[in-house]
Design a binder for this molecule. Structure first.
Ligand SMILES: [Zn+2]
Length: 287
């Protein structure tokens, strides 16, 4: 095995294991420390556990993008308080997974949470096989587009189609030319959540629509802040992976054989979430 492949596998495994391990290993323990970094004027991100949280500060309150796991609530609030005394008024969810929407229950008494209708349904119907108990869904939903106006600032949320799930919102900060992709861009390699309505075929079309927005900065669901070229590269890798898998399936390769190639060439952890959530669905969708 070459070093690059080992590195790729480690990176993929780290991201996938991270989602689950972060939850299971920290129950009853201290959650990992969070850090806040500035992305643009009045826009920050909080990293360290779960998905990347966007923090948009306005003179009338704070708008968060996602709220990590429930265990991260106090850590998120401490980071927000380090840059503003304004209260958190709105949380716009990118999708239903517990590492992005797990904090909903703790924020709902004091903030409005907004998600796609499909993300709400997925939480209500417990679609995530490894989600912790007590997940709370948004009270306000949209199907195509919505926006929040607060303190003279605007944040838009758009649904462009299926990809990671069937309810991924792209969050757009028009004044800052910045988007938060949720897990439509996350780590190095896509996790297609077929039980949650995801699609390898639609994923690239969804990103093509998002790419039409006027932006230069991208906050991904997981991983470092990047730019439009970084998102374009990620999209190309989704297409490459899909084409490779389609070719193998058309050659009559078994699910196990396709899985081995995904591990060797795209960094899928041999027993990770992609093997559970993505591979069986791909065998059907790409045949
Ligand atoms: Zn996710």
């Amino acid at each position: 095995m070459s070093r690059t492949i080992v590195a790729r596998i480690s990176a993929g495994a780290l991201f996938l294991a991270g989602c689950w391990v972060a939850y299971t290993q920290t129950q009853g323990k201290q959650p990992p420390p969070l850090t806040l970094t500035k992305v643009k004027e009045d826009l920050y991100q909080i990293v360290g556990d779960g998905g990347n949280v966007g923090v948009y500060v306005t003179s009338e309150g704070v708008i968060l993008i996602d709220d990590k796991y429930e265990q991260d609530h106090d850590g998120i609030m401490a980071q927000v308080k380090s840059v503003t005394s304004q209260p958190v008024k709105y949380i716009i969810s990118t999708h239903y997974h517990a590492d992005h929407s797990g904090g909903n229950a703790k924020f709902l008494p004091t903030a409005e949470i907004i998600s796609t209708a499909n993300a709400r349904t997925a939480i209500v119907e417990h679609r995530q096989s490894n989600a912790p108990p007590g997940m709370a869904a948004a009270r306000i939903v949209f199907t195509q587009e919505t926006a929040v106006f607060l303190g003279g600032k605007e944040v838009r949320a758009r649904y462009f189609g299926r990809g990671h799930t069937n309810g991924d919102a792209i969050i757009y900060f028009p004044a800052l030319k910045t988007i938060h992709t949720g897990d439509l861009m996350a780590g190095n390699t896509p996790l297609i959540d077929y039980p949650g309505g995801g699609s390898a075929v639609e994923w690239t079309k969804t990103l093509d629509e998002a790419m039409k927005l006027d932006f230069d900065t991208v906050i991904p669901g997981h991983g470092p802040v990047t730019d439009k070229a970084g998102l374009r590269k990620y999209r190309a890798n989704v297409e490459k992976l899909r084409n490779r898998a389609t070719g193998l399936i058309h050659e009559g390769k078994s699910q196990e054989e396709v899985g081995k190639v995904m591990t060797a060439e795209f960094g899928w952890a041999p027993t990770g979430l992609q093997m559970q959530w993505s591979l069986p669905g791909m065998m059907t969708e790409l045949k």
